[in-house]
Design a protein around this ligand. Structure first.
Ligand SMILES: *[C@@H]1O[C@H](CO)[C@@H](O)[C@H](O)[C@H]1NC(C)=O
Ligand SMILES: *[C@@H]1O[C@H](CO)[C@@H](O)[C@H](O)[C@H]1NC(C)=O
Ligand SMILES: *[C@@H]1O[C@H](CO)[C@@H](O)[C@H](O)[C@H]1NC(C)=O
Ligand SMILES: *[C@@H]1O[C@H](CO)[C@@H](O)[C@H](O)[C@H]1NC(C)=O
Length: 620
């Protein structure tokens, strides 16, 4: 470690020395990308030029079109090749750039004085550690510090350039113009314990039945538990049969880490037969992400960490037992820099994680992520490239679930464009808007369920805690063919409502939904409740891990990239949700309707139906 650090530092300093004069390239520089800083960020002074960044250069991939075509075949249930997922090596071979691309980019870097470049296994990403003043010359730009409303500071630029001859060989370079932070989608993430609002607690069981149903016996709207989910979504009694060949993963960012003793307390109370999984779930630290096998440390307590990570692991473990669980904690900064006196929070953790994942030869068949940001905080090139990386994960037979967000159409008083014009409009979220992920919205109440919504309050610290299940239509990604019936049908049904405030031709989300209000969970040894699409997403991931279990036990391939199947067939295995609105952006928002809608998608899981529709057998 020490050696690596000093070697890197030496390389950086050497590089530093070389660039006293501007870089001479084979062709003149031209702007490759410009992107406005989002309005939540204030531009400060010039960035510290000595600060090291982990620059990630995304090369144009060799046969991405071929990969996407393959993916659309193997995820279409009517295609002969349905379920023929690719191996890690096969994916690498397809995305590997042309030799000319690697040569051109390497020549440019070498001539600029960059020493060693390191590639990932597919060779479609180069990572180099360089001081900012070097990067400024390399990309003919200037970095400034930008401060977010929440106080965090990053070094970014709003435009960067490349020699003209490289424009066709490089898709994206970050960190440059991406203001992505990946906020957690737990509605109460920054608060400690979620206080139940009275007006919601009194709404349970709107059906007014006299005879208590099975659901009403086990579901309490002020504290929902695994027993409720098992009954509501009908996984109760299912015994896993393929846990040796299956697993379910979830991701952590922002120094979040799942706490084992809290998980143990939770499972002891709510899923006693699963209690051993609190000790056995696997953890990976990526890029210096935290690991913690004990209770919350004093520092973690002080920073109010791991509400999200605890929720994720508990929601999954409560439903998916005995499926093995895998936790990925990705650090937001390179794990070194011993003696440069700089704070370094500046890498792009999403890219770091997905590129790390694609290097692994064996990965879970389901991965849940409860983080996201407004789509406009990232440049289109970044969103497109990260979305393609998710497609590559899908091609390996893994389903990626992402939460739709907790601010409805985009929050309160925040719905303005980022293009310098400050136009009022709805703000879709990324990665929820990526067509290669399956996006999960939230519901509340029972018999019937409705979309999750809780009116906002003005809290003492100025925070407005509106909670409404995330909803929207992408401005970057066009409607995929598998949405060609469901989404235009919805758009037509609402007529001119909110015309001009959203992109009716964009990828609509979410795709499906699950409970997301007042989950029972443990944190710091104490029971509380927590809400959000952050809860719905790991719960859904856990249920689909059981679907995969049944498929594997039935000799069938795992679901993989889910959406084409979901929109063609799988939706029949969901309970349609028809009550609610999306709220946010100071309007009531899109209505929840019969069939697909952009608040609850096609609805909530009915486990045995999903298994049947996917061609598996339950076994009881
Ligand atoms: C970097 O992250 C740490 C930990 O989250 C935080 O305490 C610190 O304030 C951040 N620094 C900057 C410059 O944003
Ligand atoms: C529902 O949960 C709340 C919070 O845990 C609890 O106070 C209440 O007694 C529960 N109600 C029922 C009917 O169990
Ligand atoms: C919250 O504060 C905003 C502005 O500060 C005000 O317009 C709004 O009416 C307040 N809402 C409530 C529910 O008090
Ligand atoms: C965490 O738990 C300890 C021990 O029970 C307690 O003293 C402390 O107040 C708790 N901290 C928070 C922030 O809840």
């Amino acid at each position: 470690m020490q050696m690596l650090a000093s070697a890197l530092l030496a390389a950086a300093m050497a590089a530093h020395a070389v660039v006293a004069s501007p870089i001479q390239a084979r062709s003149p520089y031209a702007v490759k990308e410009t992107h406005f800083a989002p309005r939540e960020w204030t531009k400060l002074d010039r960035a510290n030029g000595r600060k090291l960044v982990q620059l990630q250069i995304g090369l144009k991939q060799g046969n991405m079109d071929g990969l996407l075509e393959h993916l659309s075949e193997v995820s279409d249930p009517d295609h002969a090749r349905y379920g023929a997922h690719l191996s890690a090596d096969e994916v690498d071979d397809m995305v590997r750039p042309a030799k000319e691309t690697c040569d051109q980019v390497e020549d440019w870097l070498r001539e600029a004085g960059v020493g060693d470049v390191s590639y990932n296994t597919a060779k479609d990403w180069i990572t180099v550690h360089l001081p900012i003043d070097f990067v400024e010359k390399l990309l003919d730009t200037e970095y400034h510090n930008y401060k977010h409303e929440d106080g965090s500071i990053v070094s970014r630029t709003t435009h960067w350039s490349l020699p003209r001859h490289l424009h066709e060989h490089i898709d994206v370079i970050q960190p440059t113009t991406s203001f992505f932070r990946g906020a957690a989608n737990a509605a109460t993430y920054v608060k400690t314990l979620d206080k139940v609002h009275d007006e919601v607690a009194s709404l349970s069981f709107a059906n007014g039945q006299y005879e208590p149903s099975d659901v009403s016996k086990v579901c309490n709207v002020s504290s929902v538990t695994p027993e409720c989910f098992q009954t509501l979504y009908k996984t109760k009694g299912y015994k896993t049969r393929a846990s040796d060949k299956n697993s379910v993963g979830f991701t952590n960012y922002l120094e979040e880490v799942p706490i084992r003793p809290d998980t143990e307390l939770f499972l002891k109370k709510y899923r006693p037969e699963a209690v051993s999984s609190a000790k056995t779930f696997k953890t990976y630290s990526i890029n210096g992400g935290p690991l913690n096998d004990g209770p919350l440390t004093p520092q973690e307590l002080e920073d109010d960490k791991s509400h999200e990570a605890n929720l994720d692991v508990q929601a999954i473990a409560g439903i998916s037992w005995k499926t093995p669980i895998v936790s990925y904690s990705t650090g937001g900064r390179p794990p070194f820099i011993p003696d440069l006196t700089v704070v370094e929070n500046d890498s792009e953790p999403y890219l770091v994680w997905v590129n790390w994942l694609l290097q692994q030869r064996s990965i879970p068949k389901i991965i849940s992520t409860s983080y996201g940001e407004p789509e406009q905080t990232v440049p289109r090139s970044y969103a497109e490239r990260v979305c393609k990386q998710f497609a590559a994960v899908g091609a390996r037979g893994t389903t990626m679930f992402f939460s739709s967000g907790d601010r409805g159409l985009g929050g309160t008083d925040k719905c303005y464009t980022n293009d310098g014009k400050n136009t009022y409009k709805f703000l879709p979220a990324f990665p929820a808007s990526c067509p290669y992920v399956t996006t999960v919205g939230a519901t509340k109440n029972f018999e019937p369920e409705e979309s999750a919504y809780r009116a906002g309050r003005n809290l003492s610290d100025g925070y407005h805690d509106l909670y409404s299940s995330g909803s929207g239509f992408s401005d970057y990604f066009k409607q995929p063919t598998w949405q060609k019936d469901a989404v235009p049908h919805y758009v037509k049904s609402i007529g001119d409502l909110y015309k001009g405030l959203y992109n009716p031709r964009g990828r609509g989300y979410p795709d499906l939904a699950a409970q997301g209000l007042y989950f029972a969970y443990f944190w710091n040894g104490t029971e509380g409740t927590i809400s959000g699409t952050s809860a719905s997403t790991p719960l859904t991931a856990g249920i689909f891990a059981l679907v995969n279990d049944a498929l594997i036990a039935s000799g069938k391939p795992t679901l993989g990239y889910l959406n084409p199947w979901l929109y063609k067939k799988g939706y029949k295995g969901l309970t349609d949700i028809t009550i609610g609105f999306s709220y946010g952006c100071n309007v009531q928002g899109f209505p929840v309707t019969k069939g697909w809608d952009p608040i609850t998608g096609f609805g909530t899981p009915i486990f045995p139906e999903l298994v049947k529709l996917a061609g598996g057998h339950i076994g009881y």
